[in-house]
Design a protein around this ligand. Structure first.
Ligand SMILES: Cc1cc2nc3c(=O)[nH]c(=O)nc-3n(C[C@H](O)[C@H](O)[C@H](O)COP(=O)(O)OP(=O)(O)OC[C@H]3O[C@@H](n4cnc5c(N)ncnc54)[C@H](O)[C@@H]3O)c2cc1C
Length: 444
């Protein structure tokens, strides 16, 4: 009788190894079932990724492109397979249904031998033993770990912030909770007039909610627009029936067993059945701190996304690269790719990215990139403004360092290319080129 050749099997939960034609029915060390055993390839690396957002999935993909042999586990504390987080506002607006949110079909992960573990929250990292402990006690050993565990919404300590009916939008579960409330006409106050706050306001307004936006700074999108552009944007938003309160500080969220309103400092009490807070995010640093990694606002990484521990990389919203936290989709994706390559021993460099933004859901064409307010005396600002559209271009030493396109963002691609390429427009500026003529130049 032909005997099947012996193979070496490793439990990817606790690292126990056994030899035989087949893996054992269950792990004698940790008790997990045979599905957790992988065939060991001598010298194969064990990669572990915590967080299955875009950074984690990109890291996994990059690892598989460079290392087909290693074992690769992707942990997610969320119950759903990885999804397009940035499309949650589109989902909220009814522009997409949940089936269109998946980053990849389940077969993609199977084909690439990426072991996706949902409902798996990491609670501790032991960098000396190189293993990660989950909230349910499972232990995952690693040779190389990538932290892509993202960020969480920041909730300012307003009185009443813990009341039922006060929430944030970060996950699919959050979006579904908001949808449930907005299935009938309700009063909603969105605190925060940044990109997320405005998109959320636009989305639920489309669902029939009566929406107010409260921004504490003097104008909307303070990180993306100057005051002149923001004034045009505000008119457009108000024309949709959304009330906008700028330079409006929230004093308290009021209500006894459920939120009923938002009291503005020295201003009105806005009625609210639901309050959605979009006041920025902060990196999820608990795991990194416990592991003793160097952190500032994010996990500090070098250009290959390596942390202060040579066996641990970090990418996406959780990391800080050259003093910068992006909080954006494309940089998270790019950083994840670099971390994955570097983890697999391939050269990879993240060279930074000028942050750029687009506004979704509201049907308002908007693109903003880099800096838009002059900060050095020799900076040159060109502006082309009409009643409903605005275009500005900021140059430093002849190089385009930032731009706002509102009302017509068709030049977004050439603007981004010029900024990325550090293209020098000194000659055109010396000739006194106007903003309108510069737009023509970009079109050409
Ligand atoms: C509604 C919305 C709209 C957005 N729109 C845009 C946009 O238009 N353009 C843009 O550039 N950016 C946008 N962003 C921001 C963008 O989505 C993020 O920058 C990006 O998702 C960051 O990806 P990430 O993989 O670093 O982190 P995340 O997407 O946050 O993924 C991290 C994952 O790690 C999991 N996790 C955390 N802790 C643990 C743990 N201990 N164990 C296991 N898993 C854990 C989290 O549950 C999460 O699934 C938007 C964000 C939101 C919420």
């Amino acid at each position: 009788m032909n005997q099947l050749p012996d193979k070496k099997w490793v439990c990817n939960v606790c690292g126990f190894s056994s030899t035989g034609a087949e893996p054992p029915e269950s792990c004698p060390q940790c008790g997990t079932d045979r599905d957790h055993f992988e065939e060991a390839h001598p010298g194969a690396k064990r990669y572990l990724i915590i967080g299955a957002g875009v950074a984690g999935v990109s890291a996994a993909e990059a690892i598989r492109q460079s290392d087909p042999e290693g074992s690769l586990v992707l942990l997610s504390e969320e119950p759903e397979p990885p999804y397009f987080r940035m499309n949650l506002t589109r989902y909220l607006a009814g522009e997409l249904d949940s089936s269109k949110l998946d980053l990849h079909p389940r077969t993609w992960f199977l084909d690439k031998r990426i072991e996706l573990r949902l409902n798996s929250k990491a609670v501790d990292i032991d960098p000396r033993e190189r293993r990660v402990v989950l909230s349910d006690g499972r232990v995952f050993p690693y040779d190389t770990l990538i932290l892509t565990n993202g960020s969480s919404p920041f909730v300012p300590p307003f009185p009443g912030a813990n009341l039922p009916g006060v929430q944030t939008l970060r996950t699919l579960r959050d979006a579904n909770q908001i949808l449930e409330v907005c299935s009938k006409p309700v009063d909603v106050v969105c605190i925060g007039g940044g990109l997320l706050g405005l998109e959320t306001a636009g989305a639920i307004s489309k669902r029939g909610a009566r929406v107010s936006v409260v921004e504490s700074l003097p104008w909307l999108l303070p990180r993306q627009l100057d005051q002149a552009a923001s004034a045009i944007l505000q008119q457009k938003i108000e024309a949709m029936g959304i009330k906008v309160y700028t330079a409006a500080k929230t004093q308290a969220l009021v209500g006894s067993d459920h939120v009923t309103g938002v009291q503005l400092e020295g201003g009105p009490l806005l009625p609210a059945d639901l309050v959605i807070i979009s006041a920025g995010v902060s990196a999820n640093l608990d795991l990194a701190r416990k592991a003793g990694l160097s952190v500032n606002r994010g996990i500090l990484v070098d250009d290959s996304m390596r942390s202060s521990d040579p066996h641990i990389f970090a990418a996406g919203d959780v990391c800080e690269h050259q003093g910068r936290m992006y909080g954006l989709w494309l940089p998270a994706k790019a950083q994840g790719g670099v971390a994955g390559l570097a983890a697999a021993g391939m050269p990879g460099v993240f060279a930074g990215d000028p942050p750029s933004a687009r506004l979704k859901v509201l049907g308002i064409d908007l693109f903003s990139i880099g800096q838009f307010t002059p900060s050095e005396s020799a900076d040159v600002l060109l502006v082309d403004k009409t009643e409903s559209a605005y275009a500005s271009f900021l140059f430093r030493s002849g190089v385009l360092v930032g731009s706002i396109l509102l009302g017509d963002a068709s030049l977004a691609a050439p603007v981004k290319s010029a900024a990325d390429a550090h293209q020098d427009f000194s000659a055109e500026l010396a000739r006194g080129i106007s903003a309108a003529a510069f737009k023509e130049l970009l079109k050409a």
